[in-house]
Structure formats: C-alpha cells, structure tokens
Design a binder for this molecule. Structure first.
Ligand code: HEC
Ligand code: HEC
Length: 384
C-alpha cells in the first residue's frame, strides 16, 4: 500500500514538474525500442547487451556499462550511435541526428527510465470500478409503484412509450413466487388457500414462509455452486468422484438458509482455516478450493499439477469474489486490463503455501452436520 501511494506521489510530481524531461525520456526509450531492441533485449542480447531495462543497460554488454548516467560522451551507447568508436550501432542504418540529439540530453539528465508497461487506464475511467452512487428516486408512477425499484421501472417504461403489464392473477403470482424462492411449484392446496386468503398481508406472509423454507437454500445455493465451479466429480477423462464434495454443497445451502452475513460467507471460503482454525464448519467452507476440476493430470509431474491447481485457485477466486476474470494475466499483460501478470502471481503467492487436509468427521457432526451420510460414515469408522 505504502509503496503504491509513494509511486502515485512520484508520478504526480513528475506530471506537475517534469513534463519536458518526461517527454525526452519517452522519446529516448522509443528510439531504443525502435532501433535497438531487435538485437539488444532479453531474448536477443547481442554482445551481452540488453537495452530493455535501465538496470541491464547500466550493466552493459561484454565491453562494460553502456550508459554512464549524467555523462553522454563517456557512455558507450552514445559513442556507438555517434559512431565515434569502432562499434557502429545500429550496424546498418545510422540514427537520425535529431534522435541522437534526444539521447544526449536524456543521458545527461541521468537516463531516467520509468518502465513503460502495459499499464491500465486510470482506475477512475473504468465503469466497473466506479463507486456506486445512490441515484435520485424518480417521482413518476406514484400510483402504480409500490417501492422505489418500481419507480425506476415505471420511468424507463414511460421513456419508451410503454405501459406496465396488468397485475398477475393470484394463482400466477403465487407460482412465480414459489419458483423464484424455492424453484418448486405450489401445491393445489396452497394455491387455493392463497386465493381465498383475504388478509392484506397474504402475499408477504408467503414470502416470509418461503424464505424460511429449507428449499430456499437449495434453490439459491445452486447459483452459488455454479459460480464456484462446484461438481460432485472432478471432470475430464477419469471424472473421479470427489468423496467429500457434498459437505461443501451442504455448507453452501446451510449458509443461505441461516442468512450467513456475506463477509463471513466469503472469509470461510477463501481462508476459513486461517480465520477460524477452531471451527470445522468454517473450514468446510474452505472446501471451495477442493470441489473444482481435477488438476492432477500428469502422474509424474507434481510441479505442473501444482501450478495448474494454483491457477484454478486464482482464476476461480478472482472471478467469483472480484467479479473480474484475471485468468488471461497468467501468461501476459493486456493493454487494457487492470490486472497485470505481476499482480496475478502476487495473488497466486497468497495461495502457494496451501496444503489440502481433511477435517475429521466427528468434529463436523458435533456441530450440526448430522446428515444421514455423516452418521453412516461415523458408524462405519467406529466398526472399522
Ligand atoms: C542488427 C542488430 C543490432 C542492432 C539493431 C543494434 N545492435 Fe548494437 N550490437 C550488435 C552487435 C552484433 C554487437 C557486437 C558488435 C561487436 O562486438 O563488434 C553490438 C554491440 C553493441 C554495443 C556494445 C556492447 C558491448 O558491451 O559489447 C553497444 C553499446 C550497442 N551495440 C548499442 C546499440 C544501440 C544503442 C543500438 C540502437 C540504436 C544498437 N546497438 C542496435 C547488433 C545490433
Ligand atoms: C496459457 C497462457 C495464456 C493464457 C492463459 C492466455 N494467453 Fe493470450 N497469448 C499467449 C501466448 C503464448 C501468446 C502469443 C502467441 C503467439 O505469438 O503465437 C498470446 C497472444 C495473445 C494475443 C495476441 C497478442 C498480439 O500482440 O498479437 C491476444 C490478443 C491474447 N493472447 C489474448 C488473450 C486473452 C483475452 C486471454 C484470456 C481469455 C489470454 N490471451 C490468455 C498465452 C496465453
């Protein structure tokens, strides 16, 4: 944090005071890029010289330092482009005089070299990173609207010359409510009771009932399970069975049904073992890491398997919890992406020390995970 604040501070200072110097720097680095990097980069460092970073340029090639900051005429790079040494660089076409006259003051100024990376546009222009602002609630549609959201809907409809649809009849309304909250249709009896219920809170009573139903967690937990790439089996050719996956699945359903606060829900998944080492239920949430595809595809290549597993952790964590796919940055920076390859591996480093462990079953049962399967497994253990 402190580092980036400091960097932002320097960038700001530079923007305020050093515009001319900065321009010289940009032009100098562009000249090197266009005329020298083909032969003097990390990939192709002829005569041992890599001009892609300041550090490597100062170190120089076989003959020693290429740049002496502050002293152009003593710098091998300048001598080469001036052709005042046996070395004529670039070897075929000489640099234009104007370009040489950029390199000189740049070296005299100390060869400043703020790395030109594929850095993101300033965060403030990215819509996804804008802090949400509470908008003014529209005043139109007073009679039709029952809440603030309705008023926004009404306003858009009106803007497009549309009228709200007619209210649904009671059986339809109830069916919609059931499907939305539990995914199951109401019984004929439930429909009749609702149609015949004259009380003004007949509808809201059903909403509360359904929110309290265990089927609520089953329906809405499923959406979460999709996000976290949950599966009972590990996919690919062998599609092996993930023996304990159902524990994580039940944990998700219980979390929804118990109205677990979202921050707690996140913590238990990303680092339940770190935050709540004494709580096996929280650690079941960390099963998030274990319910994905099988990445142990190469029998004798544990290092590759491990790398693939960590990739899955970073990719899934970023898309699920940040709502931001970072997977591409695994291999390269993108011009317009705010997540750099460096960031990617900094996140990966967080997960690197992971060790997969099993939470003992008896600790889970004692904390309310008394499912039939649990009990059966416990019995088997006692016998065996
Ligand atoms: C087409 C390839 C090519 C390009 C382009 C090129 N160089 Fe070189 N450079 C070489 C080769 C080959 C040598 C080694 C020459 C020798 O040893 O006589 C060299 C050597 C050097 C050295 C001496 C390195 C050392 O310590 O031995 C410097 C300095 C240098 N180049 C600067 C530049 C600069 C500055 C540019 C761009 C303006 C440039 N070169 C462009 C091929 C290239
Ligand atoms: C497993 C590594 C890897 C991942 C992950 C990856 N890329 Fe690439 N990407 C490469 C490599 C390697 C190249 C260069 C291919 C070549 O030059 O032949 C490349 C090249 C590209 C290029 C062309 C760049 C150019 O200058 O021509 C684009 C665009 C691109 N990738 C976009 C993406 C996007 C978008 C994603 C995520 C959806 C992604 N990449 C994920 C390895 C990867």
């Amino acid at each position: 944090m402190r580092n980036s604040a400091l960097k932002a501070f320097w960038v700001l200072l530079a923007a305020v005071n050093l515009t001319a110097a900065e321009e010289t720097q940009d032009r100098a680095l562009a000249i090197l890029r266009d005329n020298c990097l083909a032969c003097h980069s990390k990939a192709a460092s002829m005569s041992g010289l890599d001009l892609s970073t300041r550090e490597s340029a100062l170190k120089g090639g076989q003959r020693g330092p290429a740049i002496v900051p502050g002293r152009a005429s003593d710098s091998r790079l300048y001598q080469a482009v001036r052709r005042t040494t046996p070395l004529a660089m670039p070897p075929t076409k000489s640099l234009a005089e104007a370009d040489i006259e950029v390199l000189r003051p740049w070296i005299e100024a100390g060869a400043p070299w703020v790395q030109q990376t594929a850095s993101p546009a300033p965060a403030s222009t990215w819509w996804a990173f804008q802090k949400p602002v509470r908008p003014e609630v529209p005043t139109s549609g007073q009679t039709w609207s029952r809440n603030a959201i309705d008023k926004f809907v009404f306003k858009k409809l009106a803007e497009n010359g549309l009228k709200p649809a007619l209210p649904a009849n009671r059986p339809t309304l109830l069916r919609r409510l059931y499907y939305d909250l539990t995914g199951l249709p109401p019984t004929a009896e439930e429909v009749r009771a609702f149609v015949e219920d004259p009380s003004p809170d007949a509808y809201s009573k059903r909403v509360d009932q359904l929110l309290a139903s265990p089927h609520y967690g089953e329906k809405w937990g499923r959406h979460w399970l999709d996000l976290v790439r949950y599966s009972d089996t590990a996919g690919f050719e062998l599609d092996s069975y993930i023996a304990d996956a159902w524990r994580y699945r039940d944990w998700v359903i219980q979390s929804f049904n118990n109205d677990k606060p979202y921050d707690r829900f996140i913590r238990e998944q990303i680092a339940g073992d770190e935050f709540f080492p004494e709580d096996p239920v929280a650690q079941t949430g960390t099963g998030f890491f274990c319910v994905g595809p099988n990445r142990d595809l190469f029998p004798d290549q544990s290092d590759i398997n491990r790398e693939e597993t960590l990739t899955d952790f970073v990719d899934t964590t970023s898309s699920v919890f940040l709502g931001l796919t970072a997977g591409c940055a695994r291999c390269h920076d993108h011009k317009f992406d705010p997540i750099s390859q460096r960031d990617y591996y900094r996140v990966q480093a967080v997960f690197a020390p992971f060790v997969k462990t099993r939470v003992p079953l008896d600790r889970l049962t004692s904390l309310g995970f008394e499912t039939a399967e649990n009990v059966r497994e416990l019995k088997l253990r006692e016998i065996g």
